[in-house]
Design a protein around this ligand. Structure first.
Ligand SMILES: Cc1cc2nc3c(=O)[nH]c(=O)nc-3n(C[C@H](O)[C@H](O)[C@H](O)COP(=O)(O)OP(=O)(O)OC[C@H]3O[C@@H](n4cnc5c(N)ncnc54)[C@H](O)[C@@H]3O)c2cc1C
Ligand code: FES
Length: 271
């Protein structure tokens, strides 16, 4: 289901330095899953392109969704979006992309869902919340590792609701000092399936970790990639990523992050 709709802002608040938490009322929530995203249009009509923002949470009645995003400077589109207030309307294009597809990842009967570890880094943490919520709804036990720069945590209370939460901070002020993989090593966490979203260096490290573990532990990793996006619907080819195999249709080693992803098996993409 993909359409452009007008949503109503339910609430908007700043939850950390430059990070905003907005709930919007939209029937798109009914069709959305963890790892998918929406395009949020700005109030300023000169900024034509919608900003891709992941679905952070879907309300229990499936009537609203939560978006948590970072503002990138004063004149950015995200700064414009952060000025939206309760009862304002906002145009949204969605639901976009393919998220974390449980049947594909864990198998029809979800029997592959053992030692599931979610990893979110920085502004890649928001989609991990909805993912954790959906895994919990399916009765799948999991560990959530959230990596922050410093003690300015966000979404940590929500993340602790559905899985076992571990924290990493780069400055060591809270939790394990270092990144999400340092937590795995320090706490000796078993990793069967890793589901991740975060900055490219973190995703590269996770891909490498899964590949280097393959001989003895058969670790699989599914990672959500980010790229500058224009259309968001597969038309402009602005978001392509190199793949390890050729696309049947075009016979090239490319994939579009907006429509084929953003979530990929880490073994399938060259990052
Ligand atoms: C699938 C996906 C999910 C995302 N989810 C989130 C999220 O949940 N929270 C969050 O804070 N950020 C998220 N991002 C990043 C977010 O889209 C960018 O930070 C945002 O578009 C930047 O827009 P701007 O107006 O602040 O910056 P500007 O520099 O004014 O943007 C200019 C143009 O470049 C595009 N652009 C710039 N940076 C990015 C980027 N990193 N990714 C894609 N397009 C970009 C903008 O959409 C816009 O069209 C996501 C990106 C993708 C691709
Ligand atoms: S953003 Fe246009 S093809 Fe992906």
């Amino acid at each position: 289901m993909r359409k452009k709709v007008t949503a109503t802002v339910i609430s908007q608040r700043r939850i950390a330095d430059g990070i905003y938490d907005m709930w919007i009322k939209t029937d798109l929530a009914m069709y959305a899953h963890a790892g998918q995203f929406v395009g949020v249009y700005t109030k300023d009509p000169s900024k034509l392109l919608p900003r891709p923002i992941s679905i952070c949470e879907i309300s229990d009645d499936f009537k609203s969704m939560r978006l948590v995003y970072r503002v990138n400077g004063e004149s950015s589109g995200t700064a414009d979006i952060s000025t939206l207030e309760e009862n304002d309307t906002v145009k949204i294009l969605g639901v976009l992309g393919n998220g974390y597809e449980f049947i594909k990842i864990f198998g029809e009967d979800l029997s592959g869902a053992t030692d599931v570890v979610l990893m979110g880094g920085g502004i890649g943490i928001p989609p991990i919340l909805q993912l954790s919520k959906e895994l919990h709804a399916h009765g799948i036990k999991h560990t959530v590792i959230a990596g922050y720069r410093d003690s300015q945590l966000f979404l940590n209370r929500d993340l602790a609701k559905y899985g076992t939460l571990e924290i990493a901070t780069e400055d060591g002020s809270i939790g394990v000092k270092g990144n999400v993989l340092d937590v795995v090593a320090e706490k000796k966490i078993n990793t069967g399936v890793i589901l991740a979203c975060g900055p490219l260096p973190m995703l590269r490290a996770i891909k490498k970790y899964a590949e280097s573990s393959n001989n003895n532990r058969n670790v699989k990793a599914y990672i959500s990639l980010e790229e500058r996006m224009a259309c968001g619907v597969g038309a402009c080819l602005g978001c392509v990523c190199k793949t390890t195999h050729k696309d049947d249709h075009s016979n090239v080693n490319n994939t579009r992050i907006c429509t084929d992803g953003p979530v990929f098996d880490s073994a399938d993409v060259m990052i």
